[in-house]
Write a protein that binds this ligand. Structure first.
Ligand code: GLY
Length: 333
């Protein structure tokens, strides 16, 4: 088993990474507690059954799988059901699923009766390496991804890499885009390792490496004022592409294109293209630049006429650069 500690000024919690952890999930959770669960209709039922055979889940709420469920309407409808079910502040909420489930459940946990304890059990690669760790929770507004959100850390994160065996290849590669990002912004050894074809054989180590990078970044900058912005490499343009595609593109697919665009004319451009192709991630798009620019200008990372972008000139060393908003066009050309 691998353990990574996430430390912030207010909270310290543990990310546990272990094959077959789910079969033993009760040993990570408090006994005699009332649990509720949020999951989606795409997560294999056997994970839910594995949990219910070990702990007392009083109420379970299943959302429709997909980014469209990450909305204030879905959050409100679950909150209403929780109220009807008599869920009180002493319940612990379990988020079982991918990034959408985790972000939505975290958001609900942060606002329901001013806050419930919650546990992340991420079952997709993207959620395991990124979204379940670090306390960002959110739902989307129609015009902006993650527009409505909070910081609320889980009490623990339980990762069972065996769940990746039931993940379809597109979802697996979706997570690979974030792993490639970690390599580019902070770990050249990881980046180099990704070029080998045997990633599945040591995916638990890869997950632990990514979670450790994220924990270090969150420790230094919980609230996204500085170094945490590195995690947004490829995301400014990527989020715009994702939104322009009306979320038919997965997050990792859109940021793959975003990273490829930001890597233009860098020494590692060819190796990145090769890596993205290796994981069947897209490298081009057909969206109108004007549409993307309009979306980017309302980006959360924009302040008046300035925008923070993330650059990598040498693999393993990302940095933040502040540019004029209009200058992002230079990268889109
Ligand atoms: N996924 C980016 C962050 O947690 O900051």
């Amino acid at each position: 088993m691998k353990k990574v500690f996430v430390k912030t000024p207010q909270h310290t919690y543990t990310v546990y990474i272990k094959n077959e952890l789910l079969k033993d999930v009760h040993s990570y959770l408090q006994k005699n507690k009332n649990y509720i669960l949020i999951s989606d209709d795409f997560i294999p039922k056997m994970y839910y059954e594995t949990l219910t055979s070990q702990i007392n889940i009083e109420h379970a709420y299943f959302i429709k799988a997909g980014e469209q469920s990450k909305s204030i309407d879905t959050a409100y409808s679950i909150i209403q059901k929780m109220l009807n079910d008599g869920v009180t502040k002493d319940y612990t909420l379990i988020a079982l699923g991918g990034g959408v489930v985790g972000d939505l459940a975290g958001f609900i946990a942060s606002i329901y009766m001013r806050g419930l304890t919650y546990v992340q059990i991420p079952t997709t690669l993207l959620a395991q390496v990124d979204s379940s760790v670090g306390g960002k929770t959110a739902v989307n507004a129609p015009t902006m991804k993650n527009a409505i959100g909070t910081y609320k850390h889980p009490s623990k994160v339980l990762i069972d890499p065996e769940t990746l065996k039931t993940l379809d290849i597109r979802q697996f590669n979706n997570g690979m885009a974030e792993i490639i990002k970690y390599g580019l912004i902070s770990n050249k050894t990881l980046y180099d390792e990704l070029h080998a074809n045997n990633i599945n054989e040591h995916i638990d180590n890869v997950i632990a490496t990514c979670v450790a990078i994220k924990a270090q970044i969150v420790y230094l900058d919980e609230k996204d004022q500085g170094v945490r912005q590195l995690l947004n490499y490829g995301h400014t343009i990527g989020h715009a592409i994702e939104q322009a595609s009306k979320y038919t593109m997965l997050h990792g697919e859109a940021i793959a294109i975003g990273m490829r665009i930001m890597a233009k004319n860098q020494s590692f451009e060819d190796s990145l293209i090769q890596l993205l192709k290796q994981y069947h991630l897209p490298i081009t798009h057909n969206f109108d630049h004007k549409l993307l620019l309009d979306i980017i200008k309302t980006d959360k990372k924009a302040h008046q006429d300035l925008l923070n972008i993330i650059l990598v000139e040498e693999v393993g060393n990302g940095f933040v650069k502040t540019i004029k908003k209009d200058d992002i066009e230079h990268y889109l050309r």
